[in-house]
Design a protein around this ligand. Structure first.
Ligand code: AMP
Length: 215
């Protein structure tokens, strides 16, 4: 059973790399942010509650987030392993996960990118909200925000509200001390792998596969 965690600040490329690895390994990728956005899109109570925090760049409270993720990793398709993107983000979340899987985390991949580069990337990011697509694109990949998604062809492109400049700074300010704590937490357990996320997407992907012995 392979349980893998991706760690990184917003815009580091966690989602992109987690998706690639999930397709390659044939185990599900679970993104806490996508799950919250899915709930919001369906107007569930959980989605509406989570959005109160997400829209300002704050973290959703631990109890709500932990319940949602532990429920998801208990589902049948996760029995051979899973890849987590965006969870854990706090020590309390890390501890709850550790207990839920009896310490069975095989690798934690930390994608490191400088803050200045992250701000640049986030302001350029466009996402497809069509369920099943969730493509992460750059403004240069599309003709305009009202055009068809180049991946699934639906008209459902948007710039995430929390990628707007004022919110990005707040998100990063909240995330930096927390991620440093998580890096130490997994370093102490000797399962942390640090990858240089400033490289292009393909290089990051092949470095991850090399380290995991998948190439
Ligand atoms: P992301 O798509 O990972 O950037 O997440 C978008 C937003 O969802 C974050 O800014 C938080 O508000 C919320 N969120 C996602 N994952 C978590 C988590 N593990 N703990 C708390 N809030 C989260």
């Amino acid at each position: 059973m392979k349980n893998i965690i991706f760690l990184g600040l917003a815009g580091a490329g966690k989602g992109t790399q987690a998706k690639k690895l999930s397709d390659f390994m044939g185990i599900p990728m679970i993104s806490s942010g996508d799950l919250f956005r899915f709930h919001l899109g369906n107007n569930t109570e959980l989605g509406i509650e989570a959005n109160k925090y997400m829209s300002t760049g704050a973290l959703v409270p631990d109890d709500i987030t932990i319940n949602m993720i532990l429920h998801r990793i208990g589902e049948e398709d996760c029995s051979k392993g899973f890849i987590l993107d965006g969870f854990p983000r706090t020590l309390e979340q890390a501890e709850s996960l550790q207990k839920a899987v009896n310490g069975n985390i095989s690798s934690v991949i930390y994608i490191e990118v400088k803050e200045k580069e992250l701000i640049k990337r986030l302001s350029d990011r466009v996402v497809c909200t069509s369920s099943g697509c969730n493509a992460i694109l750059s403004k240069s990949d599309i003709k305009g925000i009202d055009s068809n998604c180049p991946i699934c062809n639906e008209i459902s492109l948007t710039q995430r509200q929390d990628d707007l400049a004022e919110v990005v700074e707040n998100r990063l300010k909240t995330q930096i001390p927390l991620i440093n704590q998580l890096v130490d937490y997994y370093k102490n357990r000797e399962i942390l792998i640090t990858v240089d996320g400033q490289q292009n997407v393909d290089l990051v992907e092949s470095e991850i596969k090399n380290i995991l012995g998948l190439n």
